[in-house]
Design a protein around this ligand. Structure first.
Ligand code: ADP
Ligand code: MG
Length: 247
């Protein structure tokens, strides 16, 4: 079953075509990597898929429904969570409060958050469960700004998971991480897909980083899909080799 699809998505900023007619279909439970160099259009694609910005053209379908033009909060309630290339965590809040804010926002409580935050016992438990799932249980009461960089990437994933998404879109979750931290995040992504039934779409600029983890890889180049396939198919593709691998 296809859980998320895009047809001919387009977005230009002034004269710059960031996304020039991208189509893709992501299957239930799949780990899909979207790879491409800086400026290929990965983040803009994710912004379009998650309702962060409106497309100039094209359509998005989530779980069988046409969701083109839906706002990000509405898409979150419909089952789509996402993280950002640059963290959206509140560094002055604790790790737990960051996830609690996302749990409450999904429940529609965001406006009352600060006056009543002490009262939300069930939501607090839910936020702690999410933190434990991503390996941050021990950091719950620490200020987010004290997290090591690798754990900030885990917090970003926790915030995205707080909306209980079916589809999780992660923008460069491996960027800037040391090899051991990358392995840890990739293990988490595999667990989310294989054990927790999430469909995961992640972007990455280096194809090698995702070869062993992605079920399928979509290669973006200059705002368009250069090719799509399994890891083996993508590394064997002559156009990909010419564009990224230097021969
Ligand atoms: P990637 O995530 O693959 O690095 P982006 O989607 O961030 O690529 O960017 C694709 C292109 O769109 C780049 O040329 C970038 O400079 C441009 N772009 C992205 N966002 C904006 C924006 N808000 N305003 C103007 N240009 C943008
Ligand atoms: Mg990007």
């Amino acid at each position: 079953m296809t859980v998320l699809s895009a047809r001919d998505l387009r977005k230009a900023f002034g004269g710059v075509v960031a996304v020039g007619g991208v189509s893709l279909d992501v299957e239930d439970g799949e780990i899909r990597a979207v790879i491409g160099p800086n400026g290929a259009g990965k983040s803009t694609c994710f912004d379009l898929l998650s309702g962060w910005i409106l497309p100039d053209g094209g359509t998005v379908t989530l779980l069988g429904r046409d969701v083109t033009g839906w706002t990000a909060p509405r898409l979150a309630r419909a089952g789509l969570g996402r993280s950002f290339q640059r963290s959206n965590a509140f560094l002055g809040l604790t790790v737990l409060e960051n996830v609690l804010a996302a749990v409450l926002a999904r429940a529609g409580h965001a406006r009352r958050l600060w006056r009543h935050v002490a009262g939300y016992a069930a939501e607090r438990r839910r936020a702690l469960e999410v933190l434990e799932a991503v390996g941050l249980g021990a950091w719950a009461d620490a200020p987010a700004r004290t997290l090591p960089y690798g754990d900030q990437k885990r917090l970003d994933i926790a915030i995205a998971l707080a909306v209980e998404p079916r589809v999780l879109i992660l923008d460069e979750p491996l960027a800037g991480l040391a090899p051991a931290e990358r392995t840890g995040i990739l293990d988490l992504i595999r667990w989310l897909a294989r054990d927790q039934g999430k469909t995961v779409i992640l972007s990455e600029h280096d194809v090698d980083a995702v070869l062993a983890t992605a079920d399928r890889i979509t290669v973006l180049h200059q705002g368009q899909v250069l090719t799509e396939g399994t890891a083996a198919e993508v590394v064997a593709n002559a156009a990909v080799r010419a564009a990224f691998l230097g021969n």
